[in-house]
Structures are given as C-alpha cells and as structure tokens.
Design a protein. Structure first.
Length: 255
C-alpha cells in the first residue's frame, strides 16, 4: 500500500491537451528567458512547441495554408501526429500559435517607436510602422495569418491571442491618453473606445494592404496615416470660442 500511495503521489493529476498548451504559455511567462532554471518537463514542452511553431511557419510560408498538412508539419517538427494534436487541434490553431509567437517582439518594437511628442497621428503611425515592416518582409505568411486568425474560439491559443490584442489596445490607449492630457484632443473623448476604434482601423487597413501584389511599407503607412488623420479630425480640441448652440436665427416680426 505504501508503494501504491507513493506512486499516486508521484504521478499527480492528469493534464488534458488544452491544459498542456496553457501550461506552456504560463510557464514561459513565469520563468522568463532563463532556460537553465526550467525543469526537464517544462523544457520539453516549450521545445516541442517551438519546433511545431517553426515547422508550421515554414510550411505556411513555403507551400501555403491550403496545401500544408498537419502530417507534414508534425514530420518536420519531429513529433508524432498525436503529439501535434496536444498543441494544436487544427491548422487554424497553428495560425494562432504563429501569431502568438511572432507578435511579441514586433509589438515591443511598436512600443518603442510609438512615442507621443505632441502629435497623436505621428505617435500612432510610429507605433504601427514596425508591424507594416514585419508584414512586408513575409507577405505570404502574414496574408495567411491575417486571413485565417479567428476571434471566437476558446482555445488556449485564442486566449493568448486575445491577451496580445488587449495589450496592443492598451498601448494605443496610453498614447491617446497622453494626447488628451496634453490638450491635443478633447478631454471628453472616450479613451477606451477611441483605442479600440484605432485598432480596428489599423486591422482593416493592414488586411486591405497585405492583399496587394507587392505590399510596400511606405504606401501602407501613408494610407493608415490618412485614415488616422481623418479619424482624429473630429476629436481635435478646438480652442476657438464657438457660438452658443442655443443661438437661433431671429424670427421675422409678426404683423
């Protein structure tokens, strides 16, 4: 009985496929970039996820989303097809995995270049420029990512996608708040709603741009700048005194 109890204590609870993937995101976030401090189990999980990510990224970029197969991706990643299913149930989940792996360093570059210095339009364009540069460098891959990413699943990859999206909107909110505090835009502006509006504008603009034959950074950035300027025009804090809203044209005198 003691041996059986000891075995039970060592085996621990069973981990489902989705929990296994969620552990990878949680482990990497909590341990940071110090692999030498990770346990063997954690290292194996993250190593497999990285191999799957690299294989899926190459397959989608080289042969296309439609032609790529889970079997070929598993073979290139050196994992069993069943093991691949632990980390991604289908190709759309792999698209989210690629996004989740590729975006954090891009987002960090966006954060560093998106600095408010008196012009919200300049700050927002500076923020989005690194994303355009990254997308233009690998247009086939990012066409697939932007076309196939899904917002309405509840998988661990989707939850990580939502976290990255929320982080992005948070950075936009900070820039808009600075412009509001600096008097560039109206203090009555709903900052949260404006940040979501700017994000949706970018997301739509970049999808339109990436579908061109040879997406180039400067035309894409110029277009999104024009769209942002149009959006911000209605939010400017006009310090010139306006006539009272209640003023009415004088009615003709009655005879």
């Amino acid at each position: 009985m003691n041996k059986q109890q000891g075995k039970k204590r060592r085996s621990g609870p069973k981990v489902s496929a989705k929990d296994d993937v969620r552990d990878v995101y949680r482990i990497r976030e909590s341990l940071g970039a110090q692999p030498e401090t990770w346990g063997l189990r954690e290292q194996n999980k993250i190593d497999k996820l990285q191999r799957i990510y690299m294989a899926a990224r190459r397959q989608f970029a080289d042969v296309g989303y439609d032609a790529a197969t889970l079997r070929d991706i598993a073979k290139e990643a050196r994992v069993a097809l069943g093991t691949l299913g632990f980390y991604a149930e289908n190709k759309r989940e792999l698209v989210l995995l690629i996004f989740n792996e590729a975006m954090p360093p891009i987002l960090e570059r966006c954060r560093k270049t998106g600095v408010y210095q008196g012009s919200l339009a300049d700050a927002l364009v500076g923020f989005f420029r690194p994303a355009y540069a990254a997308y233009a460098a690998e247009p086939e891959l990012f066409r697939t990512i932007l076309r196939e990413n899904v917002f309405h699943t509840t998988s661990p990859h989707a939850r990580e996608f939502h976290r990255i999206r929320a982080e992005t909107i948070g950075y936009l909110r900070d820039l808009i708040s600075q412009a509001c505090n600096g008097g560039e835009i109206k203090p009555s502006i709903d900052v949260d709603l404006t940040a979501r509006a700017v994000f949706c504008l970018f997301f739509s603009a970049v999808r339109w741009w990436i579908c061109t034959d040879r997406p180039s950074v400067e035309p894409g950035v110029a277009e999104v700048r024009s769209m942002i300027a149009l959006l911000l025009e209605g939010m400017k804090n006009d310090r010139i005194e306006q006539p009272p809203a209640a003023r009415r044209r004088t009615a003709p005198a009655r005879r």
